[in-house]
Design a protein around this ligand. Structure first.
Ligand SMILES: Nc1ncnc2c1ncn2[C@@H]1O[C@H](COP(=O)(O)OP(=O)(O)OP(=O)(O)O)[C@@H](O)[C@H]1O
Length: 319
């Protein structure tokens, strides 16, 4: 188990993180989210032992994680860190980069593991390509495979799929996160992308103003976002009368047919609805996002079709 106990840290006198405490159990997946500059990468680096803490302790099982003041070489065998800079060897191939981290005393085993890892990151067509000739996203995948080569007990991932195109992203996420679960590897993922979290993370930790402001399952935080910062991570949202509503939780009231008058049940609905004027419609794939002016501010409502600008509409909170 990882134990982060009351740690504080600043690069200079200004603190970046203050009194951070949390645990992570074996083979669990924890996502760290927060605005740019909130300290996500710094927290991963501290857990990796890249810096000395100003205060507090970090343990993986019984081993205390110590920074450069105490360790000549940064890092521990049981932990791997994939940073936003991939730090690969450019002049050798993908399989050689991965193989560097595997024992050369068992060549057959080494080849088998390399092939397995290349498959996990879906780079089969590039195994013999020199890393310098790869795209940013392909390099990111090599860095992931290399981190997995030595079977870490815990993996720290900083924006792990940020350079990967949308075609590949979702299948790669499934492949990598299933591999981690099957091999009981704990992981901490710092991310801006809710797709890295929903469906994969067991828990989510939200950093803001140097502190942890929430820690819960993605489901609980999604269903009950106590703060705009949390809701904004998941989806387009609105604050109405101090309450948070996702765009899909608001509903534009429509007539059921082309008749000019409202039915009795529709009229009932209308009596509890709010009024606004359409400012814009944005195509969103499955639906449209309708921007509506409501009491001099914009709110966003998910709707099945485009609505002409300046149309007067009525809408309901539909939860
Ligand atoms: N090496 C450094 N020296 C001084 N300050 C730093 C250093 N690295 C980061 N910082 C500062 O520490 C704060 C936290 O940065 P960090 O990179 O941890 O944030 P982040 O949440 O990972 O951001 P992003 O989402 O943009 O990657 C920022 O204010 C940043 O400017």
């Amino acid at each position: 188990m990882l134990q982060v106990k009351n740690i504080s840290f600043g690069y200079n006198k200004n603190r970046v993180l203050e009194n951070i405490t949390f645990n992570l159990k074996k083979s669990k997946n924890l996502a760290i989210i927060g605005e740019s500059g909130s300290g996500k990468s710094t927290l991963l680096k501290l857990i990796y032992g890249e810096y000395d803490l100003d205060q507090g302790d970090i343990f993986w099982k019984d081993t205390q994680i110590l920074g450069p003041k105490h360790n000549l070489v940064i890092g521990y065998d049981f932990m791997k860190y994939v940073s936003q800079e991939f730090d690969l060897m450019p002049f050798i191939t993908v399989e050689e980069n991965i193989g560097k981290y595997l024992s050369r005393f068992y060549p057959e085993e080494k080849q088998k593991r390399t092939t397995e890892l290349i498959k996990v990151v879906e780079l089969q067509d590039f195994s013999k390509t020199k890393v310098k000739n790869l795209s940013g996203g392909q390099k990111q995948r090599v860095a992931l495979a290399r981190a997995l080569a030595k079977q870490p007990e815990i993996l720290l991932l900083d924006e792990p799929f940020s350079h990967i195109d949308n075609f590949k992203k979702q299948s790669l996420r499934r492949s990598v996160f299933s591999y981690l679960k099957e091999n009981n590897i704990a992981c901490i993922v710092a991310t801006h992308d809710n797709n890295d979290v929903l469906g994969f993370a067991d828990e989510m930790l939200v950093l803001d103003q140097k502190n942890i402001i929430a820690k819960d399952t993605p489901q609980n935080l999604y269903n009950n976002p106590k703060l705009p910062l949390i809701a904004s991570f998941f989806d387009e949202f609105n604050e109405i009368d101090g309450k948070i509503y996702y765009a899909h939780q608001l509903q534009i009231v429509e007539k059921s047919d082309t008749s000019t008058s409202w039915s009795v049940s529709e009229a009932e609905l209308l009596s509890s609805s709010l009024k606004g004027v359409v400012k814009n419609s944005y195509f969103n794939g499955e639906s449209w996002l309708i921007e509506v002016e409501y009491i001099s501010k914009s709110i966003f409502i998910q709707h099945h079709s485009e609505i002409e600008k300046q149309t007067k509409i009525q809408f309901l909170m539909n939860i």
